[in-house]
Write a protein that binds this ligand. Structure first.
Ligand code: CO8
Length: 257
């Protein structure tokens, strides 16, 4: 069934998801959330797909949660519906995904980008958590993920003043992996996704799992977790194939087993 607010395209082993509410600068409403949950779950379940790129438009990755949708809600509505808790499902995607950000990534838009495994930014990208100007705070993980990514001082300044950070500063601060000229954003993000998709799929999932564990675990526990996953990969066909391919000086031919 076609989606109303996103476009989904499979490009060989890479799924490209484009936010498509240009009239609202891709503001994230309940329909976007429902459709993204569906698209990400379909990607995770599809054995032919090994990386996903989420992007927006030239002007906006996403200008935040939909203010017009939220404006009329009261505490009982938000609390009983556990409003926007569904985003947690997107963060539980097991396979890798990249956010390709051009233009505004504000509020919930910045928070969704930070849910990605990494961000590639166009030189036009602007990141911000301006919720304080609306009388609220980040609500989709920004206070946590932004602080983990760029540290307390910069996160506090952004969240308390609503000041935007440009792409160059975001790269310097460690918020984005790389900045590319806007005209090449999609090409570069898809190239990175194709590279990831060409790796042994189980090793990619394990890599993601162990790096994410570093946010939850202490160092010794995290290193132990890494070692266990590393050991576990020696039970896969792809470990045998990958190491044989190196010795035989040929590319690996992965089965995902
Ligand atoms: N929600 C709804 N509509 C939006 C949003 C938004 N976040 N952002 C832009 N729009 C709409 C505008 O209302 C406008 O619509 P219309 O033409 O009907 O008036 C259209 O998009 C174009 O926007 P502008 O005319 O404002 O475009 P400009 O180029 O002048 O300005 C900006 C671009 C600077 C991005 C400006 O639109 C802006 O400041 N937008 C709001 C940014 C913002 O405050 N974002 C944070 C929202 S709150 C949030 O994200 C909370 C997340 C946590 C929720 C967790 C729940 C549990």
């Amino acid at each position: 069934m076609p989606y109303e607010t996103i476009l989904v395209e499979k490009r060989e082993a890479v799924t490209l998801v484009t936010l498509n509410r240009p009239q609202a600068l891709n503001a994230l409403n309940s329909t976007v959330l429902k459709e993204l949950i569906e698209a990400f779950a379909a990607y995770d379940a599809d054995g032919s797909q090994h990386c996903l790129v989420l992007t927006g438009s030239e002007k906006a990755f996403a200008a935040g949660a939909d203010i017009k949708e939220m404006q009329v809600q009261g505490f009982p509505d938000m609390y009983s519906a556990n409003f926007f808790a569904g985003w947690e499902q997107v963060t539980r995607t097991r396979k890798p995904w990249i956010a390709a950000v051009a233009g505004f990534a504000l509020g919930g838009g910045c928070e969704v980008a930070m849910m990605a495994d990494f961000i590639i930014a166009a030189d036009t990208a602007k990141f911000g958590q301006p919720e304080i100007k609306l009388g609220v705070t980040p609500g989709m993980g920004g206070s946590q993920r932004l602080t983990h990514a760029i540290g307390k001082a910069k996160a506090m300044e952004m969240c308390l003043t609503g000041r935007m950070m440009n792409a160059e500063d975001a790269e310097r601060a460690g918020l984005v992996a790389r900045v590319v000229p806007a005209a090449y954003l999609l090409e570069e993000a898809l190239k990175a996704a194709e590279t990831i998709a060409s790796m042994a799929p189980l090793a990619a999932i394990a890599t993601k799992e162990m790096i994410n564990a570093s946010f939850e675990m202490g160092l010794a526990q995290g290193i132990n977790f890494e070692r266990r996953l590393f050991h576990g990969l020696f039970g896969t066909e792809d470990q045998k194939e990958g190491m044989a391919a190196f010795v035989e000086k040929r590319p690996g031919n992965w089965t995902g087993r």
